[in-house]
Design a protein around this ligand. Structure first.
Ligand code: WT7
Length: 664
């Protein structure tokens, strides 16, 4: 299994007999059950990607009409289509086609925030009814194919149901994570001109109750495209319903039928928009389309989690992120799986909650983030050992590089050394998992995402734009050939899509990550090479946070960097230059105000752990802020900042070192 053999596969002759055997392998996309088969399937996918995806699409889904072409790809314009000419509805594949054989099977287990409250088991039959009803409510309120619907809901069943209801009628869902602030919500609504907002009166998170509707009302002050706000009753808190705008979902549901004909969609019709931070500017609305996303999320879910018919699968992410879209809702349901949705947090009522849920529902596949693993590893291992978690078969991790210590803790204490860990690397933009071990097939290695899934061709590039061939190299991670679930564009701004992903290297998709390929061809993701910082698995751009800080009347200028943090992976440090009148202010109060500002502009996840008030920032003569210097100093690597001779004012480095020192 070395990269040479992976790289050279397409040149090796494949005899007709071999071709038939390989085709059989992909007939059902899941029977990769040995490393030799993985190598074979990978080889066929690389040798003829179109034939590979054609076979998978043809044999594993229901289509209203088949495609005219598998792939059209124009790298100059970054225009791609998959399965053009095909017609389908993704909900017919995720729900309807299971009803005959799995109607009474549980589709969604919903575990409430409060363990004393009732767990819900939603069968495929019931899910079908609820999605159809919700779809009829959307239609009744004027939503048509192509309209954008913003969903701002906590982790309650209505969140999954609302996304599927949109897909049922061809409306485009834009889910906004319910931890985002009013401003973050309104700017996303306005960017894609959503016609409707679906929200709840409130939400629970651990011991806290959040006034979600209050945030919505604030956001609605500035969202002219919204015609209707559909409200789910969740906390029964006292809220204001605005006349001619707000309606209760339960009232509406009473007035509609439980059958809604699925809208026939073209393969390339937009399924959803999901916003992600970039290194500069406003968040990008990544556009995902119907057929390719369906094929790839279903294929990758089955392979990466090795889901078997009666398994219970649990991904702890929020549906507000791509992980939840692809691997709580679409991937599992397309496979007829039982998927668990958890409303709460890992620490409530105590740090044993995850393991209590695993025991209660006999969870077989468990998928979470390194930041959660690190937070749990810090607790007494009693919290784990109290529970029988022997049902677990496969453990997954996603969102940021996992450090060796956390990997080992997960492997030993949760997996009891018998569950493979799938370290899955992917992005909002890729739609699905790209590099990951296949459990029980690919030997795992701590901190390595290991090998690409079939159909995915990673390449590492050096700064001169040359591909790094062979093994034991590290560079910028790119993907060579289009894959079905790649985002098609940035909503309303195709140029930005080209600039961000297809300009750094010719004909390649640039991921923004650095990676190394070890001596056997395994990939390890080393982290972002741009100004995106990943805090607790959340993607944050430096620019919007700095913009928020700079709005404080006492602030002249600021720069933020990420530094290594034991639990969050990275935490944020802000370097702030005050205006003259700010100098006399109490620094503790100022710090508080700055964090409040960030919370209200972006959300609490973007708050700074450290704020340093400095007299200047390290800048080059051309004015570019050298964040690298502040990053090194904040990570206690001040001795490795390298050459600072290009700085306008090298003395500032000493001042920064002094200010940061007490925090190290
Ligand atoms: C960025 C994408 C994909 C769902 C969650 C995040 C980082 C993601 C890994 C991993 C190392 C990882 C990358 C990537 N990342 N998974 N297994 N190992 N880094 O989606 O918010 O779009 O963030 O998360 O830096 O580019 P996202």
């Amino acid at each position: 299994m070395n990269d040479e053999s992976l790289q050279n596969t397409s040149e090796q002759a494949i005899t007709p007999e071999k071709l038939n055997y390989l085709k059989e392998l992909t007939q059902h996309y899941y029977n990769i059950d040995s490393l030799a088969k993985y190598m074979d399937v990978y080889r066929i996918s690389k040798n003829d990607p179109e034939d590979f995806w054609n076979t998978i699409a043809e044999r594993n889904f229901e289509w209203r009409k088949k495609w005219d072409s598998v792939l059209k790809w124009n790298p100059k314009k970054a225009e791609v289509t998959w399965f053009e000419g095909a017609q389908l509805n993704i909900t017919e594949n995720a729900i309807d086609r299971h009803l005959e054989t799995r109607g009474n099977k549980t589709a969604i287990i919903w575990e409430p925030n409060d363990p004393e409250e009732k767990t819900l088991y939603i069968s495929y039959n019931e899910l079908s009814k609820r999605v159809n009803k919700m779809a009829n409510v959307l239609k009744k309120n004027g939503i048509k194919k192509g309209d954008r619907v913003c969903i701002y809901l906590p982790m309650i069943p209505e969140l999954a149901i609302a996304t599927l209801a949109c897909a049922r009628i061809g409306a485009v869902h834009s889910v906004v994570f319910a931890g985002f602030s009013a401003l973050a919500l309104s700017s996303r609504i306005n960017d894609s001109e959503c016609k409707m907002l679906i929200t709840a009166d409130g939400s629970y998170r651990g011991s806290k109750s959040i006034n979600l509707k209050g945030i919505v009302d604030e956001a609605m002050g500035d969202t002219p495209s919204i015609e209707c706000v559909l409200v789910v009753k969740q906390t029964s808190s006292d809220i204001e319903m605005v006349k001619d705008r707000d309606i209760w979902l339960h009232d509406e549901l009473n007035q509609v039928d439980d059958k809604c004909e699925a809208e026939v969609m073209d393969a390339e019709d937009t399924l959803f928009i999901l916003y992600t931070s970039g290194s500069t500017g406003t968040p990008k609305g990544m556009v995902h389309t119907t057929a390719g996303y369906m094929v790839y999320t279903a294929f990758s879910f089955k392979n990466v989690f090795q889901y078997q018919e009666n398994d219970v699968y649990w991904c702890t992410a929020d549906i507000g992120w791509i992980t939840g879209h692809s691997y709580i809702v679409y991937g599992p349901l397309l496979n007829g799986a039982t998927t668990l949705m958890f409303e709460g947090v890992p620490s409530y009522p105590d740090y044993g909650r995850f393991w209590e849920i695993v025991e209660k529902h006999k969870v077989n596949q468990f998928y979470t983030a390194p930041t959660a693993i690190r937070a749990l590893a810090k607790q007494d291992v009693e919290f784990v050992d109290k529970h029988d978690i022997s049902s677990l078969k496969v453990l997954g991790t996603v969102g940021e590089p996992i450090n060796e210590e956390a990997w080992n803790w997960y492997y030993e204490n949760i997996g009891k050394r018998k569950c493979p860990i799938v370290d899955t690397w992917w992005q909002t933009e890729t739609g699905g998992i790209m590099i990951s071990p296949i459990p029980f097939v690919t030997p795992t290695k701590p901190t390595f995402a290991t090998l690409p899934l079939p159909g995915i061709q990673p390449s590492l590039m050096d700064d001169k734009g040359e591909e790094l061939k062979g093994n034991s190299v590290s560079g910028k991670l790119c993907i060579k050939h289009p894959w079905p679930s790649m985002a098609r564009t940035v909503y309303g701004n195709h140029q930005r899509y080209i600039d961000t992903y297809f300009s750094a290297f010719e004909n390649l998709y640039f991921t923004g990550d650095g990676a190394l390929r070890d001596e056997v061809g395994y990939y390890r993701i080393t982290g972002r090479v741009d100004d995106v910082i990943i805090v607790s698995g959340h993607n944050l751009g430096t620019a919007p946070i700095e913009d928020a800080i700079n709005e404080h009347p006492a602030v002249a200028e600021s720069a933020i960097v990420g530094f290594a943090h034991k639990v969050k992976g990275n935490a944020l440090a802000g370097f702030v230059i005050l205006k003259n009148e700010g100098e006399s202010r109490d620094k503790q109060n100022l710090s508080k105000e700055i964090n409040q500002l960030i919370s209200s502009k972006i959300g609490p996840i973007a708050k700074l752990d450290r704020i340093h008030f400095v007299s200047g920032l390290p800048k080059t003569r051309s004015g570019k802020i050298m964040r690298r210097i502040m990053r090194k100093i904040s990570s206690n690597e001040g001795d490795q900042i390298g050459d600072i001779s290009t700085l306008l004012d090298p003395d500032i480095v000493e001042e920064i070192k002094e200010k940061v020192q007490p925090f190290l």
